[in-house]
Write a protein that binds this ligand. Structure first.
Ligand code: AMP
Length: 417
């Protein structure tokens, strides 16, 4: 049975907590952005305040085996400062039995990078490129077998399990999902996970209407499942950014050299048709700011999006488009935003994305629930200073995207079932 972190009695217990400390490090191994560490602090502090001991586990980067570069020892000092207490470090996550056993209430042990072992992800490593299907299957079987011991060893360190790593909730890895089965009555989400799950439910299950989703970004192919799932849920669907041009072209528009995927035009038309059947209003861009070169200083020209001249590429949403979208956004009670509506990395083409951030802030002020989730829109809203002006900014790019696709996330399911 799932427990609630708020009420759980941690006194005298050891909690093994999966966090996402996959933080960016510079060449001197200094943390350049500690958002993920700060996000886990409420959960970690709760265990210590309630008289428990902490065993923290995480991955860092994508090592192919033991690799100094990806050692979590680089972050020990920083985590210790943030937690306000010294922390112990176990240089091998599979050999921490004694350290865990000796841990007293209020003490903290950080395990070395879980992904130094292939068993964390349960995927074979070091297979020759030309390995046969049989060899691949045998290697997979082997790692799946040893994964059982890996999970069992991690579980043996503690009395209860907390998952607070939303960033890896879409992975069925040892520490994010499989370990939960060893704690049938002592497993729970941390506060960060609770916040993310509530945010997802606020839009996908309990949305106040009208519900508008703004989906941008570069490609239809990477957002197809998102669009399809949202069709059954939203009242309005704003499709912007590079992916919008595939829809415009599919309708017979002239899009110049704008980004598009010809092979996805039938899907785009199908989405438009399905939206009509379901009574969902689709809003594409009607005016585009275009350039002839893909660079910030490029000369710009504004076009009707269905009539972009040859040699010009749509780079940002035009004023008329933004005026129309603004009306839709400000009349909504629930708003989900995923993906920039222009090439926001170039300041000269970030205006549309900035205006979307402004609209969301305004809608939030007027009482709408606003969630920014998934990859680049999170970067945009944070970079532009609007993160605190919307209802929730998700910390998990891929995980949030899969949740919006309507998929069950293994990290969430393992605790709830
Ligand atoms: P995604 O990862 O799919 O959310 O896409 C984010 C990327 O889409 C960002 O790097 C944006 O620069 C890019 N993008 C947005 N609008 C356009 C556009 N009109 N043309 C090309 N790329 C775009």
């Amino acid at each position: 049975m799932q427990q609630q972190i708020e009420n759980y009695d941690f006194a005298g217990k050891k909690a093994i907590v999966r966090v996402d400390f996959n933080v960016p490090l510079n060449e001197k191994f200094e943390i350049t952005d500690d958002t993920r560490i700060r996000a886990a602090l409420p959960t970690l502090k709760k265990v210590l305040e309630k008289g428990g001991a902490l065993i923290i586990m995480s991955h860092l980067g994508r090592p192919k085996g033991v690799d100094e570069k990806f050692s979590l020892k680089h972050i020990v000092k920083h985590v210790s400062e943030k937690l306000g207490t010294d922390i112990l470090f176990a240089p091998d996550c599979m050999k921490a039995q004694d350290m865990a056993a000796n841990l007293k209430a209020g003490e903290v042990l950080l395990l070395e990078n879980l992904r130094f072992y292939a068993e964390e992800e349960g995927k074979p490593r070091g297979l020759a490129k030309d390995a046969s299907d049989e060899e691949k299957a045998a290697a997979k079987k082997l790692v799946k077998e040893s994964q059982k011991d890996f999970v069992k060893t991690l579980a043996s360190y503690a009395d209860c399990y907390i998952n607070d790593a939303f960033g890896t909730a879409h992975r069925a890895h040892s520490s994010t999902a499989l370990i939960a089965e060893y704690f049938p009555n002592d497993k729970m989400f941390g506060y960060l996970m609770e916040g993310e799950i509530k945010a997802i439910d606020n839009v996908l299950k309990n949305a106040k209407r009208p519900f508008t989703a703004i989906i941008g970004g570069s490609k239809v192919s990477s957002k197809l499942a998102v669009l399809k799932n949202l069709l059954g849920k939203v009242d309005n669907l704003i499709i912007g950014g590079g992916m919008g041009y595939t829809f415009i072209k599919a309708q017979g528009g002239k899009i110049g050299i704008s980004l598009h995927e010809d092979e996805l035009m039938p899907e785009a038309l199908e989405i438009m048709k399905e939206a009509k059947e379901k009574g969902v209003n689709i809003y594409l861009s009607n005016q585009t700011v275009a350039a002839q070169e893909f660079k910030n200083e490029a000369e710009t020209k504004v076009f009707d999006t269905h009539n972009i001249e040859d040699g010009w590429e749509g780079m940002d949403a035009g004023e008329a488009t933004l005026e129309e979208w603004k009306k839709v956004i400000l009349s909504s009670k629930t708003i989900l935003w995923n993906g920039p509506v222009g090439v926001f990395e170039f300041p000269n083409f970030a205006k549309g994305t900035l205006q979307i951030a402004e609209c969301l802030a305004e809608a939030t002020k007027e009482g709408a629930y606003t969630l920014v989730g998934g990859g680049d829109s999170v970067a945009a809203v944070t970079q532009m200073g609007y993160a605190s002006k919307v209802s929730y900014v998700s910390t998990g790019g891929g995980a949030m995207l899969e949740a919006i696709e309507g998929k069950e996330l293994p990290g969430i399911a393992a605790i709830q079932k």
